[in-house]
Design a binder for this molecule. Sequence first.
Ligand code: ZN
Length: 141
Amino acid sequence: MKPTHIEHLGIAVTSIEEAAPFFEFLTGNKCYSIEEVADQKVRTAFFKVGEVKIELLEPTSPESTIAKFIEKNGGRGGVHHVAFNVENVAEALAECEAAGIQLIDKAPRKGAENLMIAFLHPKSTKGVLTELCQQPGASSR
Ligand code: ZN
């Protein structure tokens, strides 16, 4: 597998409104997109740092995995996942599966910003929840 770059870092927050001013200060950039991802029960906010993005994740329901993550973290947010950009998520997933890596998503699904995404299980990735993503319009041979 050969990712082209780290696409984004996912950071869980209790409130995007509360967290946004700090990330605007830290990155020197305004939040350029806020989007709800209904099937993940999260609201996301994006900030650019060069080519890499910071993705804030705010739970929209107590059942959200982000809500559970925050709860486990003593009510605070924190770094939740690292997302690697690949040319083709389906191929990368097949490669990971062949390498014995446990998958959370067996097939790519649609994430925020129209990316095709899939998560690998932290049990197989040294404890780091890992996302693979593919840009909209990138090859899906
Ligand atoms: Zn992500």
